[in-house]
Design a protein around this ligand. Structure first.
Ligand SMILES: [Fe+2]
Length: 199
């Protein structure tokens, strides 16, 4: 059975915006649990060994008896892997995605403001995404729990995990402060790569 990938950087490398303890628990406990349960759920189905993206894009073909488990845990696995990749301190807002964001929102600050407003609307647990939609436009969308934008044909290029486990140790109930901090650790290089892969 394959193993969960390690974080692509050290647990403390996003300090002070996301603390080391949160990263440890988030990756080693939460992500690991999604990964294990996902592997377990697809075991013995035709999707065993397939890439999690393929699975989430073809949820309707997953046997009904395990579909909910695959959606929740496959989503949890894929989303966290995605999230780790788009986090890094000190990258610059530049390149094609900066042009596209500026075209749509006018300024980076205006984009941040709308992203934050929408992220604050997630009721309970979920994620906020910047996606390229089927009209090839940038769009900010929320998803609940571990429902995936890729299961409904959207192409994510940026995400924030707004489950409480992502921020509660450091920010407690102050989700707005966590979102503000998140803007300091967007890996714009990775977001550019993801954006370019959709074009
Ligand atoms: Fe999470």
């Amino acid at each position: 059975m394959s193993e969960l990938e390690k974080l692509p950087y050290s647990y403390n490398s996003l300090e002070p915006f996301i603390d080391e303890e949160t990263m440890k628990i988030h990756h080693d406990k939460h992500h690991q649990a999604y990964f294990d349960k996902f592997m377990n759920a697809i075991q013995g189905t035709e999707f065993e060994g397939k890439d999690v993206m393929d699975v989430l894009q073809n949820l309707n073909k997953v046997p009904e008896s395990v579909r909910t488990a695959v959606k929740n845990n496959g989503g949890g696995h894929y989303h966290h892997s995605f999230f780790w990749k788009i986090l890094q301190k000190d990258t610059s807002f530049s390149g094609p995605v900066a042009d596209a964001i500026t075209r749509k929102w006018g300024t980076l600050d205006a984009f941040k403001e709308e992203f934050k407003t929408i992220a604050l609307r997630v009721f309970g647990s979920g994620w906020t995404w910047l996606v390229v939609n089927d009209k090839n436009e940038l769009e900010i969308v929320n998803t609940s729990n571990q429902d995936s934008p890729i299961s409904v044909g959207k192409k994510p290029i940026l995400a924030i995990d707004v489950w409480e486990h992502a921020y509660y140790l450091k920010y407690q109930n102050k989700r707005a402060d966590y979102i503000t901090a998140f803007f300091n650790i967007i890996n714009w290089n990775a977001v550019n790569e993801l954006y370019q892969s959709t074009q």
